[in-house]
Design a protein around this ligand. Structure first.
Ligand SMILES: *Cc1c(COP(=O)(O)O)cnc(C)c1O
Length: 431
């Protein structure tokens, strides 16, 4: 099977975490998000162990919760003794509800609102990643009003293109996130940070992209960041003590995807950091990684019931499901690849080329094109793999479709962690 969590059982059905998917659809209905909690925890541990094994534990894995955030997920991350990234008041609120240790929260975003910043200050968020000068000034003022000293990191654009390995200048300057290195903007931000009364520049941050399979660009970026930290030391006699290398480690959506192990990502980046620090006689920084997709992505699947089948002779066959872009907008957004299987015929051969359509009123509401699939009949169950990240998180109520429930499997037991919406939920705020 494409991911570790999945099996084909003795009935020829797709199983996840040892549970028959058809048992789950019967119990909870479709569409249904299912996540393998054992796999999530295993992924967490492999990152945490890598920091312990290769960096004496002098760092933190902060789960980028935008990939999948809910109370149960924040609870798992807290339980695994990790940190957490939030990018909005809503994500912060959720983390807060499970009593997430505030000092282990990292707050990101290119346009945090004053209210969100006040919330973060009041809660005592450990690190606020400042994106721009406007925010730096605003945060300094808000910290003064609260009579608190706030730890900040600065978001830097290191100028590394993750997909070509090239050091692309203009390409990276044109990003809505962070301060550019090569224009002097980043150095200016450091200078202004050091002049503030209420902010403590604890570290630098970069995030070079997402769904990246090569380790090299991360190593390259870490070297650039450390060189910049040395430049800061030289210019201001100030040592920045923390380095946050972001996330973006790739996962397996289709069999052609072949990501290195997370351990290897961490290990190789650390090797570069150690070499660079030694060469420059710079103390090893406290190191943060922020994996999101790679913690939850492969651990999740989505189950649908197949409805209308439309054969357009010599053109294509549409197989429609009872969900679509409302629960998974990623194909509509950027033609994301997925692996599909018919859960009740998982042991049969995939002989038909089909297009999977959602039920929303948009021609672009497609989950996959030219997908090889088993013979199907109306009422069969379609499974889409690797939907644990950026699926529930990006879901919407377009067409007033209901957001499906999320089920977690742990020790071969299923439990509901997010209830499915009801029609009452849909009209709850209507006046
Ligand atoms: C999105 C994001 C991440 C996580 O990216 P993944 O590709 O899900 O690992 C980490 N850090 C920052 C700042 C991000 O914006």
């Amino acid at each position: 099977m494409i991911t570790e969590s999945l099996q084909i059982n003795e009935k020829g059905h797709l199983a996840i975490g040892g549970i028959d998917t058809l048992f789950l659809t019967e119990k909870y209905g479709t569409p249904l998000y299912v996540m393998d909690e054992d796999q999530i925890r295993k992924n967490c541990k492999s990152y945490v162990n890598a920091i312990n094994d290769y960096y004496d534990g002098y760092g933190m894995i902060a789960y980028a919760s935008k990939a999948f955030n809910c109370k149960a997920m924040c609870g798992i991350i807290k339980d695994e003794n990790m940190g957490i990234d939030v990018v909005s008041g809503g994500e912060l609120y959720t983390a807060k509800l499970v009593g997430f240790p505030a000092e282990k929260i990292v707050f990101h975003g290119n346009n945090k609102t004053p209210n969100e910043l006040i919330m973060a200050i009041e809660y005592g968020v450990g690190r606020i990643v400042v994106d721009n000068i406007f925010e730096l000034k605003l945060l300094d003022k808000l910290a003064a009003a609260a009579n608190k000293k706030i730890n900040i990191m600065l978001r830097i654009k290191p100028g590394v293109d993750a997909h070509t390995h090239d050091f692309i200048r203009t390409g990276q300057i044109d990003s809505k996130f962070g301060f550019a290195l090569e224009t002097g903007e980043a150095m200016d931000a450091v200078e202004q940070s050091l002049k503030t009364e209420n902010l403590n520049l604890s570290g630098l941050h970069c995030h070079i992209g997402s769904q990246i399979f090569d380790i090299e660009p991360f190593c390259h970026a870490s070297e650039i960041m450390l060189n910049f930290m040395c430049d800061i030391r030289e210019k201001f006699g100030f040592t920045v003590k923390e380095l946050n290398m972001g996330g973006g480690f790739g996962i397996k959506y289709i069999k052609e995807n072949d990501p290195p192990s997370y351990t290897n990502f961490v290990k190789d980046i650390i090797a570069t950091i150690k070499t660079t620090c030694k060469k420059k006689q710079f103390d090893l920084p406290f190191l943060i990684f922020e994996p999101g997709r790679s913690i939850v992505g492969e651990a999740g699947i989505t189950l649908y019931t197949i409805g209308a089948i439309k054969e357009i002779p010599n053109i294509r066959t549409y197989i429609s499901v009872d969900g679509g872009m409302c629960d998974n907008p990623r194909y509509a957004l950027y033609k994301a690849d997925y692996t599909f299987t018919v859960a009740n015929r998982a042991n049969e051969e995939k002989t038909n080329k089909v297009t999977i359509a959602g039920k929303c009123c948009e021609s672009g509401d497609i989950l996959g094109e030219n997908i090889m699939l088993q013979n199907v009949e109306i009422g069969d169950t379609l499974a889409v793999m690797s939907t644990g990240a950026y699926n529930y998180a990006m879901s919407s109520n377009y067409n007033r479709n209901l957001t499906p429930p999320v089920i977690m499997i742990k020790d071969s037991k299923d439990r509901i962690v997010i209830k499915g919406q009801t029609y009452e939920d849909i009209v709850r705020n209507d006046i």
